[in-house]
Design a protein around this ligand. Structure first.
Ligand SMILES: C[S@@+](CC[C@H](N)C(=O)[O-])C[C@H]1O[C@@H](n2cnc3c(N)ncnc32)[C@H](O)[C@@H]1O
Length: 329
């Protein structure tokens, strides 16, 4: 499918439609997956797409909400009712210049909401209430709406889930893993057995052992020196395609820089052999036709037996998506 062009000027989302935000430059991919779901998408501007309600959560959206109203900011009102109010701007240079104004408006609306306002998105999730949304789309225009916190793609405003960079983390890779685990809502615990395919230089392995997990790091490339000889780390210096675990493991991690369909077939094999229980994988998508590849990756994983397969382009993902899944025993 040829992706349509962005409109020359920002367009506003319609009442009752979903407003989605994504990584800038990925609007066409988000449009396409919504079109495949027959959700009547429309590009509104950089990092912004609207649609009808889709059947399943789109992989390329960072956040989405049902629009109650859109128009000049001074004509919009703070939503009523219990929940937590967030504000976000499109993640573009122009959008980021709106952050200060958005924060000022957010503060005054939160004050106006009084006791209805819950202190955090997590509190809204715990209470099963709404995550109210204020999207500031230009210096004059915006949209307000809501999504139930438990249905939201992210609890972070605009899905911008910034993880703090650990002084010891060797790479952006470690941030991707932390965001993936937080989104999954589950992490390896002490002594749990993990296999990390494509582990070098070791950012993911390092995060996993910091949780007390044991890690077999499979990669022909070298690991950073501090991981060598660590009691929780075993480095298998070979290709992941020839590796077979000697016993069942708890977690399979995969950040291999390799062709997505071959990686998905390998992950499917792990499920078929019931070599593990949980999966967190980063799938590289350097090609233009990303949705077709995602569709086939998902099919390969499900054919292997993986359940609850979720595919998302998270905040720290670039030309890639994060896949999580589990195997029921
Ligand atoms: C993006 S890096 C992984 C970064 C790692 N997650 C970290 O946190 O440091 C991709 C890795 O995939 C590895 N890789 C590529 N093909 C592989 C294969 N067939 N088997 C194992 N590792 C492979 C590369 O050697 C490279 O170290």
């Amino acid at each position: 499918m040829r992706h349509p062009k962005l409109p020359p000027r920002l367009e506003l989302p319609g009442r009752g439609r979903w407003l989605w935000t994504c990584r800038a430059g990925f609007e066409g991919h988000l449009y396409e997956e919504l079109a495949w779901q027959k959700a009547q998408p429309k590009l509104l501007g950089p990092a912004l797409v609207e649609s009808d309600s889709p059947k399943s959560a789109p992989a390329f959206a960072r956040q989405g909400f049902v629009v109650d109203a859109s128009g000049p900011l001074e004509a919009l009102h703070a939503p009523r009712g219990p929940g937590h109010l967030q504000a976000w701007v499109p993640d573009t240079d122009e959008g980021n210049r709106l952050s200060g104004g958005a924060q000022t408006l957010l503060n005054s609306w939160r004050e106006a909401r009084g006791a209805d306002e819950l202190p955090t998105a997590k509190a809204a999730w715990d209470r099963g209430t709404a995550l109210f949304q204020l999207a500031v789309l230009s210096p004059q225009l915006g949209a307000v709406g809501r999504v139930m916190a438990r249905d939201a793609l992210s609890l972070a405003p605009g899905g911008r889930h910034r993880m703090l960079r650990d002084r010891d983390a060797p790479s952006r890779a470690a941030l991707k893993l932390e965001e993936a685990l937080e989104t999954f809502g589950h992490s390896p615990g002490p002594e749990e057995a993990c296999v990390d395919l494509g582990a070098a230089p070791g950012g993911w392995t390092q995060r996993l052992i910091s949780k007390g997990a044991r890690v077999v790091a499979v990669d022909p490339a070298a690991l950073m020196p501090e991981l060598l000889g660590h009691r929780l780390v075993k480095h298998v210096r070979s290709s992941a395609f020839g590796y077979q675990p000697p016993e069942r493991t708890d977690w399979l991690f995969c950040d291999m820089a390799w062709r997505p369909l071959e990686v998905a077939a390998l992950l499917g094999k792990w499920a078929r052999n019931r070599w593990t229980r949980f999966l967190v994988a980063n799938i590289k998508l350097p090609m233009n036709d990303k949705n077709t590849i995602i569709f086939r990756v998902r099919a390969l994983l499900e054919a292997g037996g993986w359940q609850q397969v979720r595919v998302r382009q998270l905040y720290h993902d670039r030309d890639e998506v994060t896949v999580t899944a589990r195997l029921e025993r």
